[in-house]
Design a protein around this ligand. Structure first.
Ligand code: ADP
Ligand code: MG
Length: 626
């Protein structure tokens, strides 16, 4: 009998399994039981469409039997079974649906993570067993086959005897070693607790023979052992159970079991709705951003069950894009089992559920922001960007749902604050919500444009994410307060005094500013006396809707839109350089040219914009020095 080889990646995985650390080994049982449950599901589905097949609930179960004497553990099911080809294809290569397909090399090497986080299906059996034997008889056939393997060297398939349809997985449990106890997998108590821990919500009974004691009839005081078959799992899915009976850990293990994420969820939401539409839902807000979250590959959606039967893995219509990070499931009795995807989109019930869910998520997030700030900030770090996209997309249609969930760094608080918090502490004379944009907090801290607003004692929101300003523009105003960039033309706080002096200077030096504007033709729209600068000599500001920061973002987009903000070069007329400018204007036009270009380039640098000709700029500096 020829041995067949495993495919290369399967070999690698097998090796990893065998050398995994002990504490994770017990999950092999979860994997095998979940395969059995899937196999019974398959019969169940078939029976739904096939009149010849009836599904009697009592006939379908999973049985776990241990035999210490032979060190064997058997997991049997009455599921759909496998043909010879299926044994070959499904167990000879890593399962197609298995979670490994999308893992990359580095993660594969780091076996610890992968096993803990994903579970790896059938191969996990080799963590606990030296030899794995699978005897299976598929539905609609009277031939059975035996698949057997001792691990990495390959496997064999031969004809076998089996009475009923289904699959037996027989594990020859490893011998105990100095630091690893495998006996637990042969003991009633150990097995029961592993099943309880990981497979309690499996919908079919998981049976075990348990040893019990009874009094011996006629002999007082004497007891004898007898064996009784018991169902170990509670079978009631977690979402149908009473919230009060469930602990955080129950939800966490559900999250884990369902592979919703690799992290511990920050929050779970358990909904049992019995209003217009009856449904149960368990939703999770993950802590970490999934590795593909901000890519096209990421698919949002919730699992959708109709009365306990999974009908769709990722029902996208249940979640708005801005809450696409939410994981979980919905089970409703009001949905038809064989509803098609197209019909589902128009389903009134589904729309109602989606709306309820959206509101629940929103109120949970608001609650978190209010009462669990630290968790909310963690959440925001992972998914805040998505919320901001949500505000911006669809022409701001969702801003009312989202604006209260946004956080921005505050110049005053030195931490993230919400718009509500900002507005609540605005002094009475403050008209606008001020913000400044830049690559980083440190950079914005040094922006000359912030001087006047900061001096006035007003709080400034720092926008460091490229989407930020677009989001605020979509909101337009919050609690009747408009947003105002510290770089915008009119800040609405110029003190009369400085305003007047700037105006006076501007009138007096009209010709100077006009010549400077001529020198910077095509680069800036205007040169004028600044009303906001205190200690810095120059800055750029913008007129009109498009800010300098937005110009940067739009230009860096893949199909680089060639848009330009209307830039204004502001000169601090109280700064010493202004005197030099005036002198140059009077006496030396070439010098004026030099100074103007220098100042303009400085302003660009401060703004984080590229200088057109850096060599010329450095040459200009040298000219000033000599
Ligand atoms: P997954 O369950 O993610 O598909 P597994 O490695 O756990 O990956 O299983 C591989 C495949 O082997 C399954 O998809 C299924 O087709 C088949 N299989 C495993 N166990 C059984 C079983 N008890 N009954 C029928 N088919 C099974
Ligand atoms: Mg599996």
């Amino acid at each position: 009998m020829a041995k067949m080889e495993f495919k290369a990646e399967s070999k690698r995985l097998l090796d990893m399994m065998i050398h995994s650390i002990y504490t994770q080994k017990e999950i092999f049982l979860r994997e095998l039981i979940s395969n059995s449950s899937d196999a019974i599901d398959k019969i169940y589905y078939k029976a739904l469409t096939d009149d010849q097949l009836t599904f009697n609930k009592e006939d379908y179960y999973i049985k776990v039997t241990a035999d210490k004497a032979t060190r064997t553990l058997k997991i049997s099911d009455t599921g759909i079974g496998m043909t010879k080809e299926e044994l070959e294809n499904n167990l000879g290569v890593i399962a197609k649906s298995g979670s490994l397909a999308f893992k990359n090399e580095t993660e594969l090497k780091d076996g610890y993570n992968i096993i803990g986080q994903f579970g790896v299906g059938f191969y996990s059996a080799f963590m606990a067993a030296d030899t794995v034997t699978v005897i299976s008889k598929p539905l609609g056939s009277d031939e059975a086959f035996k698949w057997e393997s001792e691990g990495a060297d390959g496997y064999t398939i031969v004809p076998a005897e089996k009475d009923s349809v289904g699959t037996d997985i027989i594990l020859k449990i490893k011998e105990n070693t100095e630091d690893e106890q495998y006996d637990e997998f042969l003991e009633e108590y150990g097995l029961r607790s592993i099943i309880k821990k990981y497979s309690d919500f499996i919908r079919y009974p998981i049976k075990m023979d348990v040893t019990r004691q009874r009094a011996v009839e006629g002999k007082e005081g004497e007891f004898e052992d007898y064996s009784e078959e018991q169902t170990v799992n509670s079978m009631v899915p977690i979402w149908r159970r009473n919230k009060n009976e469930l602990k955080d850990e129950d939800y966490e293990s559900f999250y884990f079991e369902k592979r919703y994420g690799f992290d511990k969820p920050l929050k779970h939401i358990h909904i049992s709705a019995d209003g217009a539409v009856v449904y149960h839902a368990i939703l999770f807000i993950p802590e970490n951003t999934p590795f593909d979250y901000y890519t096209k590959e990421y698919e949002k959606g919730l699992e959708l069950y109709s009365n306990g039967v999974l009908i769709m893995n990722k029902c996208a219509d249940l979640l708005p894009d801005y809450f696409s990070f939410v994981k979980g499931m919905v089970d409703s009795e009001d949905l038809s089992l064989n509803i098609s995807r197209e019909m589902l989109q128009h389903d009134r019930q589904l729309k109602q559920i989606a709306k309820n869910i959206k509101n629940k998520i929103k109120s949970q997030l608001l609650g978190m922001l209010k009462d669990e700030r630290e968790n909310y900030e963690k959440f925001y770090k992972s998914f805040g960007r998505q919320l901001k996209y949500g505000v911006y997309s669809d022409y701001g249609a969702n801003k009312d749902d989202l604006q209260d969930l946004l956080l921005f760094y505050s110049s005053k608080e030195k931490k993230q604050v919400s718009l509500g918090e900002y507005v609540a502490r605005m002094p009475e004379d403050q008209k606008y919500i001020y913000y400044a944009t830049g690559d980083s907090i440190e950079r914005i801290d040094k922006l000359p444009q912030t001087e006047l607003v900061a001096d006035k004692g007003y709080e400034i929101l720092y926008l460091t994410d490229d989407i930020d300003e677009f989001a605020l523009k979509s909101i337009m105003s919050y609690k009747d307060k408009e947003f105002k960039s510290v770089s915008s033309g009119d800040l609405g706080i110029e003190s009369d005094e400085s305003e007047k002096s700037a105006e006076a200077e501007e009138n007096e030096n009209k010709d100077l500013f006009a010549s400077m504007a001529a020198i910077l033709e095509g680069k800036v729209k205007e040169v004028k006396a600044s009303k906001r600068l205190k200690s810095h000599p120059v800055c750029l500001s913008s007129e009109g809707e498009l800010s300098i920061e937005m110009e940067k973002v739009l230009r860096s987009m893949p199909n680089g839109q060639d848009v330009k903000a209307d830039k204004v070069l502001e000169i601090n007329v109280h700064h010493q350089v202004f005197q030099s400018l005036k002198d140059a204007f009077d006496k030396d036009k070439e010098k004026l040219n030099l100074y103007t270009n220098l100042l303009y380039n400085q302003a660009l640098l401060i703004e984080g914009l590229p200088i057109q000709d850096p060599v010329e700029f450095t040459n200009d500096i040298c000219k000033v020095m000599v």
